[in-house]
Design a binder for this molecule. Structure first.
Ligand code: FCB
Length: 466
């Protein structure tokens, strides 16, 4: 594989890298942190690959100075991390944990001293277990507790955090967590998943209010919207596509960017669509204007009509039935089994832009790939597939910008190899390799490529400004 050319992004475009608390921090029971649903889930036999947990992960809690040094050396403008709710408020509600508050003070100050702008995600899936025990996202109290926690974080860090992301991928929290059960809390419920989807949106809306009241600067959300292709133009595949558009995309985009519930929700969710969890007036905070929207993108999805396999009818309406992921694109697959199709990324961005006139500016809050990296005795880690993936997807972003979409910046997923949820530690997404025995960090070839791209881009931006 040749080293790909640097994609042509506009002057002022910003580059960063991303991580999430449970995937890297470790120190799961130290300094007053409470348990989260991911602690419970990963400690339940059979839930994660090889029984992997985030107990130690990359030990970022203790090694954050080294990780910030890696970011500085990489030359990024910004770093997206998440704050662990159970570290700040161990019981979900109630007293804050001073040592947890101090940790993110130290991290943020270290970033600022390195000239890196902090972007903080408030919820990257680690719900305090105490709240799950009281109903989790199935109940409105969790949304209210989330807003209180958001206010606490903004009061403490709002003077230094540049960009706030309320929720990361609420699709996964609601549907993978409460319907498919492949993520914490591992529930298998139709009604519960739809209630969770709604309460996540309510929580987002209330948190936006709380963040703004505390003077937060930029406020947004990170969504994993899908570019869906029908497997064929047979009527049954097109009907499955219509349903998947609601389930994957419109459940979020319609309330957030158009102030309404999806037009086709009744045929998608039958009797569950308009559940008692909805209250008059909810759409107002949910649809309040945002400063930006974060887009997480990895791969396109192909939709085909498939026979229903869930016996429980409620669960059937709230799961991914009809969505399959073969690779009709004929492209390479990453080790996650995801097809590499950068043009689908451009289509997703231009499609969103065309559909929603009120769409705020976009940031790519996650994009990257898991690959079979090769370490060599000279201490290098070769990952040409990842460099190729990043170059292709950054070029796809450049194409979207050329077509008129306002994309401001890009965070690679991820700075470090880390705990890839139910897939454990086998999937490696990092620009930096982590040896899980010694916790040694080694920048991969893709790290050096990304660094070169940032340096070249900065030089060009400065030249344009002159
Ligand atoms: C996204 C998650 C992120 C990471 C990547 C690979 O769905 O937001 O934490 O696991 O996938």
């Amino acid at each position: 594989m040749n080293i790909p050319a640097f994609p042509d992004l506009p002057a002022g475009f910003r580059f960063g890298a991303a991580t999430a608390a449970y995937q890297i921090e470790g120190a799961h029971d130290q300094d007053g942190r409470g348990p989260s649903i991911w602690d419970t889930y990963s400690h339940t036999p059979g839930r994660t690959l090889g029984g992997a947990t985030g107990d130690t992960a990359c030990d970022h809690y203790h090694r954050y100075p080294e990780d910030v040094a890696l970011l500085r050396e990489l030359g990024v403008d910004g770093y997206r991390f998440s704050i662990a709710w159970p570290r700040l408020v161990p019981g979900g509600t109630g007293p804050a944990n001073p040592k947890g508050l101090d940790f993110y003070d130290r991290l943020i100050d270290e970033l600022l001293a390195a000239g890196i702008a902090p972007a903080a995600t408030l919820y990257h899936w680690d719900l305090p277990q105490a709240l799950e025990d009281r109903g989790g996202w199935r109940v409105r109290e969790t949304a209210e507790a989330f807003a209180e926690y958001a206010a606490l974080a903004a009061d403490r860090y709002g003077d230094r955090v540049e960009r706030w992301i309320t929720l990361n991928e609420p699709f996964c929290s609601a549907f993978v967590g409460y319907a498919e059960g492949r993520h914490a809390p591992g529930a298998r419920e139709g009604r519960g998943a739809l209630a969770a989807a709604h309460h996540l949106l309510v929580g987002h809306g209330l948190a936006v209010r709380a963040l703004r009241a505390a003077g937060a600067r930029e406020v947004g959300i990170a969504l994993n919207l899908d570019r869906l292709h029908p497997a064929s133009d047979r009527p049954e595949d097109l009907a499955a596509l219509r349903r998947a558009e609601v389930l994957h995309n419109e459940v979020w985009t319609e309330p957030l960017f158009a102030g309404r519930y999806p037009a086709h929700e009744a045929e998608t969710w039958e009797g569950l669509a308009d559940g008692p969890w909805r209250r008059p007036g909810d759409l107002e905070p949910i649809g309040a204007p945002l400063d930006f929207v974060g887009i997480n993108f990895y791969r396109p999805v192909t939709v085909a009509a498939a026979p229903h396999h869930e016996a429980d009818p409620e669960l059937r309406t709230a799961t991914d039935i009809g969505v399959t992921e073969p690779n009709p694109y004929g492209t390479r697959l990453t080790t996650m089994g995801w097809p590499v199709v950068p043009s689908a990324f451009t289509e997703l961005l231009t499609g969103l832009h065309a559909r929603y006139p009120r769409l705020p500016p976009l940031w790519i809050t996650e994009n990257g790939s898991a690959e079979a990296d090769r370490s060599t005795p000279d201490g290098r880690v070769h990952d040409p597939e990842r460099t190729d993936y990043l170059a292709g997807h950054l070029a796809a972003v450049a194409d979207a910008i050329a077509a008129g979409v306002d994309v401001r910046g890009y965070y690679v997923w991820s700075l470090l190899d880390n705990f890839e949820w139910a897939r454990g530690y086998e999937q490696r997404f990092g620009l930096v390799r982590v040896d899980y025995d010694t916790l040694t960090r080694t920048p991969k070839d893709s790290y050096h490529w990304y660094r070169g791209l940032i340096t070249a881009h900065r030089a060009r931006t400065e030249e344009t400004a002159r």
